[in-house]
Design a protein around this ligand. Structure first.
Ligand code: SAH
Length: 239
């Protein structure tokens, strides 16, 4: 059984700490003790860590760092995810983090419900917390970056990557087939909202040079599509 992993909130060359509610969880729920050993992720490196101090009032647990633990670097996969209903969005973020996506950019699509778009500004912190917990649980070295929510037209900064828009209306090209052409660099997958991408949005993607791809004949719910597309991409590209 691999040791539980924590992503350090701050660290130096031989010490690391987790703080705040993160530390509270370790102290109160998991009842950490001085001397206990964990894996501690510090930036891109994961190391053995032994608890040296526990400060309940300050909510701080300090670790002495030891040997490096081998950790995979993962792939460079960005998800452009139309904002979904609260629980479905959180589910998609959690599962795609476990699978290994490196970045999630929430977008307001034409058919994203207005109140969800408005609430998204306040949800980002919660999404980041969910991603952090999922990253620790799946033994990642770092959580995916979760961007502030943007309008679909603002995704043009993603130029340079292999950009794939998942569309249930795509009849010919399967995601798998598009991935065959991939050699290296960033991959971006765009998943539409519950009501699907609007016609003009598909036109926008096409004009901007995105490749449209299908996940097969079933129409999946958006969060299922996000998870399936991430899993297919990661299994296709993992060394
Ligand atoms: N409007 C549709 C459902 C949209 S599904 C309907 O009810 O008929 C939501 C999103 O999931 C889509 O925008 C697309 O990005 C993705 N998706 C779902 N099924 C898919 C499939 N078979 N192939 C590719 N993408 C799919």
């Amino acid at each position: 059984m691999t040791r539980r992993r924590w992503i350090a909130d701050d660290f130096s060359s031989d010490r690391a700490a987790i703080t705040g509610s993160h530390a509270d969880h370790l102290i109160r729920v998991l009842r950490a003790r001085v001397g206990q050993e964990f894996e501690i992720a510090t930036g891109t490196v994961v190391r053995q860590g032994r608890v040296v101090t526990i400060d309940i009032d300050e909510k701080r647990v300090e670790f002495e760092l030891g040997e490096e633990v081998p950790a995979s670097q993962g792939i460079n996969l960005t998800l452009v995810l139309a904002i979904l209903k609260f629980d479905r969005m959180e589910w998609a973020i959690e599962k795609c983090t476990e699978l290994g996506v490196s970045r999630i950019i929430p977008v307001v699509a034409r058919r994203t419900e207005k109140h969800l778009a408005a609430a998204s500004v306040k949800r980002v912190e919660r999404w980041r917390r969910i991603a952090m917990q999922a990253a620790e649980q799946s033994r990642r070295a770092s959580p995916p970056e979760i961007g502030e929510s943007i309008q679909l037209s603002e995704v043009s900064f993603l130029i340079g990557a292999l950009r794939i828009v998942l569309a249930e209306t795509e009849q010919k090209t399967l995601l798998r087939d598009v991935l065959c052409a991939y050699s290296e660099g960033e991959i971006v997958l765009a998943i539409g909202p519950e009501g699907g991408w609007a016609e003009e949005e598909l036109g926008f993607f096409q004009k901007a040079g995105w490749t449209s791809a299908s996940l097969g004949p079933r129409i999946l719910r958006a969060e299922t599509a996000a998870i399936a597309a991430s899993a297919i991409t990661i299994s296709e590209l993992a060394e």
